[in-house]
Design a protein around this ligand. Sequence first.
Ligand SMILES: Cc1cc2nc3c(=O)[nH]c(=O)nc-3n(C[C@H](O)[C@H](O)[C@H](O)COP(=O)(O)O)c2cc1C
Length: 375
Amino acid sequence: MVGFLSGLPAGVPVSLDFVNHELWRRQQGYGRGGRMKIERDTGRILSGVRHGKTIGSPIAVLLENRDWKNWQEQLPVESGDPKLHKRVASPRPGHADLAGALKYNFSEARYVLERASARESAARVAIGALVKLFLRELGVEVLSHVVAVGAARLEREIPWDEIRASCSRDEVMLNCADPEIEPRMKDEVDKVLRTGDSVGGVFEVVAHNVPPGLGTYAQWDERLDAQLAAAVMSLQAVKAVEIGSGVTAAYSPGSAVHDEIGYSGVGFTQFSRTRNNAGGIEGGVSNGQEIRVRGYLKPISTLRRPLQSVDFATREPVKAAYERSDVCVVPAAGVAGEAMVGLTLARCALEKFGGDSMTETCRNFKGYVEQLRAY
Ligand SMILES: Cc1cc2nc3c(=O)[nH]c(=O)nc-3n(C[C@H](O)[C@H](O)[C@H](O)COP(=O)(O)O)c2cc1C
């Protein structure tokens, strides 16, 4: 896979170790399948970075598929031997198999899952690592944690320091910051491992130290919440996105929802809030609080005890195809969610501060921060 990124200013320090660590984080979590054991993703930067820094031109990152060597005869670039082709004979409910085969006029779903698979999210994480390095220069950090796996879920808001501690563990179970809830999440995964089923859940991405003023209410597609929702929803298996406490807000009175304003704070301005139900965005604009975005994942579509389907060739009822698969990917999806939130914030930051070099971008950024302090 090759990921491309264009638009980063020149002079962003790039650490390949950081890129690879982010790729490692995407491969972790209890409930991942066999592929994670075959492959340890590493990125190779092909262009756009020299002497450890971006140079303002497009960046290309190559991620090799180690598993490819086992597939060269089944999926050759050339016409190859059709007898060696491995069909995905019956579409899996919940996957792109049927819709993709109909759309592209394929007689079965092998080519569909090549691209519809969340394998693609590895490229987003590699590119996301680069934008995180850019955001870090502005003091912005983006991390995630797991809020729910199946029926096991957190009932409290997790502060930034606990999220950071959870993300810096060397062994990742389910990236839940609460040590009492995490084993209950593991039980949920064990249950589906026993029964041949799969399980979904909820991750939360938190962007820390984001200045007020990113995004705008001026046009519908420039609203930060709309951009973040589209970015996170674009991840495989994400079926709902929540900003702040948006879901419970819909069932609560206004007095319990809106975050009262004071004037004794520290941060970008003296304005303060007693809570952050808005998830750091009001009117489509960042308000200086932490940005909190949740992604709700449906359970994985490939089941060891498959659901009912139809054979592509005979149209007879059969069980859906089974391929080696994960059963729970909530922590990994959270890491991919960080990349999507990072990309969105970086784009908004560059729209606001501009700059072809980091010297220029940081000078513009500092000028704005001074303006906020003097407000
Ligand atoms: C990180 C990650 C890993 C995934 N791994 C698998 C997998 O191993 N097997 C599978 O069937 N689905 C997996 N999925 C989910 C599918 O990609 C998803 O069900 C499919 O794209 C259809 O969902 P969609 O309609 O949202 O695209 C994974 C999703 C994510 C985010």
